[in-house]
Design a binder for this molecule. Sequence first.
Ligand code: ADP
Length: 598
Amino acid sequence: MEKVFSATIVDRKEVAKDAYEAVFELDCENFDFTPGQYIWVVLPELKYPDDRGNRRAFSIVSSSKDKKNQIRCVFRKSGSGFKQTLIEMPIGSAVRIDGPFGFCTLPQEEAVPAVFLVGGVGIASVFTMVSYATMHKSSRQMILIYANSNPERTVYLDELKDLQRENKNLILVPHVGDLTPELIFNNTRGMVNPIWYIFGPEAMVLGVGEMLARNNIQLDKIETEEFRIVNTTFYKENREAIKTSDNFKKALDNAFNHIIVTDPEGVIVYANHGAEIITGYSIKEMLGNTPRLWGGLMTADFYSSLWKTIKKDLKVFEGEFMNRKKSGVIYFARSKISPFFNPKNNNLIGFVGAEEDITKEKEMEKLRTDFLSLASHQLRTPLSGTKWLIETLNQNILGPVTKKQKEYLDQIYQINERMIKLVFDMLNVLSLESSGAAARKEEVSMLRLYDEVTLMMEPAAKSKEVTLRNALRDHKEITIDTDIQMLRNILECFVSNAINYSSSGQEVVLDAEEEEAASIFSVRDSGIGIPREEQKLIFGRFYRASNAKMFKPEGTGLGLYIASMLTEKIGGEVSFESEEGKGSTFYLRIPKTVEKIA
Ligand code: ADP
């Protein structure tokens, strides 16, 4: 979360020749950031003029040993008015810190190795990443090649050496001089598919980036903080080559997608190789013909709506077609057909059609629905049967049940119930993912719906000695237009979680707020909360936070995933706020005018 903080300078020192470190203390308990991010430092006034103004971005330097509300920044004295002011400001002076910002961070997956190519004070972000990885005993393989023009200018070398001693997965390669391809590739030979991070002065970052690109390192594997490698000559040359030669046409000719161009009457004037593959007709056969060659299987209404869209309304048409290949085989295609115009007089001169074969997707979809209907019967029936049998045994109908036997029966019953819930949740997911259920709209009284939900969840709450409160009773009524069943399921998921992750004596509150453009429904608890590092994962399929697993071992990790899919269907948004040990509030925001309801 990006924020604005008041801060004071609490320390400042020269850490290498002409390199200064400033330590800022922020007016918060715990400054939360991801290693690799940066902040803006805003000075109240500049003692020396500076064209770039009174704010500057700095990478966050922090080690696991630093105080939680302090951050360090390191910078090279450059003669700029900003930096000179910062060097001379008395300790205790106030500054403003905005942040954290930036996405140049390590990937979640620890199996992905990282190569850091660093020049000079570019070490700031890397130092933080490496230090946190060491503290968290990360298994990530990391190589840090750290170049400086002379040893006196090297910052944090001792601390980095300490980290290397502590972390067997970290290799440190200090280097005096430029980063050459030999130096880089000789040292990284053992790394499998790493992410390459480049930090340092602009010229160095772009130079090294371009060198990696020329050595076939894909651009999506190269991370830099702010300088864009796509702007280097290498990529400019590439783009020019596409634009200025007939490479451009060659690219289209050989593209795998089916692309055709027609005149305003639909007569094909261009077709590419992809169109040959998909339809089975040769380019020669297609030219001069119309797409009826492989089309014509849809209803007359479908084609008239297509023509109206592209020719009368002059808009893009998107749709799924059933077509026939030259061989007679039927295939399904997703197409986009766009009109295009003469730039001189704006007259319609033709259409471009791009088609993608989705036959496989359709087959998979059918398999999935077949599986769904099969599974819902085959799995549910024996589970309901078991439930019934246990209930019968428990009623002593077949003779008295001993205390020990009853204990076992209760356990079997619970396991069976868990199985029923899991099957139900999984089928729900499958059906939602195959876009099965569509949302319907009706007017919903939220006061009533909250009452229904609390009544429904009351037994679960009682058994945990948790109180449920419908706070809407104290407000005015809210009504919204939405799918009541989906909304009920989302709220039940929130409330059920709130109960599950609360302790005896705590309260769960259902509340709502109205904004001009949306209604926001919330379920608040004071339970175990969600650890900060795991917060971004909890809407994922089967994900359960570590504290939740300990607090309540059983659970499917599917509830919130289903809730988020249902929310998407009704055109809403889910979010939450949570602090570990203090509680959580889950929000459902429904805009007042939902344009598209799935
Ligand atoms: P389940 O509750 O079956 O584990 P969910 O998908 O409903 O699955 O929730 C996923 C995870 O999100 C939970 O395991 C838990 O870690 C976390 N979570 C959800 N709601 C809460 C809450 N109210 N308080 C604390 N943690 C929660």
